[in-house]
Design a protein around this ligand. Sequence first.
Ligand SMILES: O=P(O)(O)OC[C@H]1O[C@](O)(CO)[C@@H](O)[C@@H]1O
Ligand SMILES: [Mn+2]
Length: 441
Amino acid sequence: MAVVPASLSGQDVGSFAYLTIKDRIPQILTKVIDTLHRHKSEFFEKHGEEGVEAEKKAISLLSKLRNELQTDKPIIPLVEKFVDTDIWNQYLEYQQSLLNESDGKSRWFYSPWLFVECYMYRRIHEAIIQSPPIDYFDVFKESKEQNFYESQESVIALCTHLQQLIKTIEDLDENQLKDEFFKLLQISLWGNKCDLSLSGGESSSQKTDALNSLEDLKPFILLNDMEHVWSLLSNCKKTREKASVTRVYIVLDNSGFELVTDLILANFLLSSELATEVHFYGKTIPWFVSDTTIHDFNWLIEQVKHGNHKWMSKCGADWEEYVKMGKWVYHDHIFWTLPHEYSAMPQVAPDLYAELQKAHLILFKGDLNYRKLTGDRKWEFSVPFHQALNGFHPAPLCTIRTLKAEIQVGLKPGQGEQLMASEPCWWTSGKYGIFQYDGPL
Ligand SMILES: O=P(O)(O)OC[C@H]1O[C@](O)(CO)[C@@H](O)[C@@H]1O
Ligand SMILES: [Mn+2]
């Protein structure tokens, strides 16, 4: 088994992991409790007294969770029956088995950050499913929808750009097509800045026209493997037999504006024939505040279809058609909301790993995916990405990520150290981004 460095954790006082566990996660929990308070009358209208009792129960469970976290209590097993309860509790036992006697129990400021942060979101879900009849409620729905509503101008600009592009796409030569592809990849990258867990749930919608800021943002792309992605897909297109397929998988991140940028990119992949199918992987339960669930995916396409702008509604209608025709396929799998590093997927979710092996290219959006790809460990900056993947190679893959955690590999010698010296928050502010590819060159 390959030697891997220690995990990021709250043991490192002052680290981004520590500050997230100490400050941001309690803030997110408080916002969830406030959201439940604000829906009290809705719960009463829908469910009567039972709904109010349920709201009270969920709030008390969440307040208990917040107290456990703030007083660094031991991590306790899940108790409510759900499809992944046993897998979670096995994982808790595994984490406990890594500790020796003197370490005591797994706890918030001691265990791996990736584990405790995922556990926190899974405990929020447990509190809700323990509180029927409001056990259907998505505590993050409002903020995901608000992010979409506040980004309307940018959404209209992107839909207009795409529809104009599609009109002329047949006349573009290779280089022009590549340039357009690179523009939409960058739009999808910077769409990842709009994530609510970094902002602690505060609004982070896209207010400016993303297209016009690409040139200014280029210096903030630290690692750029877009050429590898282009050559892989353009070769697939050139060598593809008449009836065969090119499957691009997108492991989604945030709903709202970021999801629009991903669907615009997916639309272009079909229109340019760089892909013949796009498969999307979202989250089965509400996750990391803004991550996409199937409800968010369907809701957003519906909203775009009924948008009050002709090119926006044209996009929405096309997207609905792609889903109906099976050219776009949305998949749910419980693995994406487990705490495991992706290198464990072949053992934990062999069915999913086998599915990913069918892809010609997998795009992983966002920071949490990058942390799970690299195991959220303290790798040296210049360690090759292939090594940090620690055996996770289902298919050629590329991460599209803005940096929001103290982990980055594959940098040039001295590049990380230089950024550290000039801008200490370079790897946590979301200001810098990467396209990092692993696969045949
Ligand atoms: O939505 P993204 O890009 O995965 O970002 C989520 C990231 O935001 C944070 O919540 C910020 O602390 C990280 O814990 C997490 O990796
Ligand atoms: Mn996210």
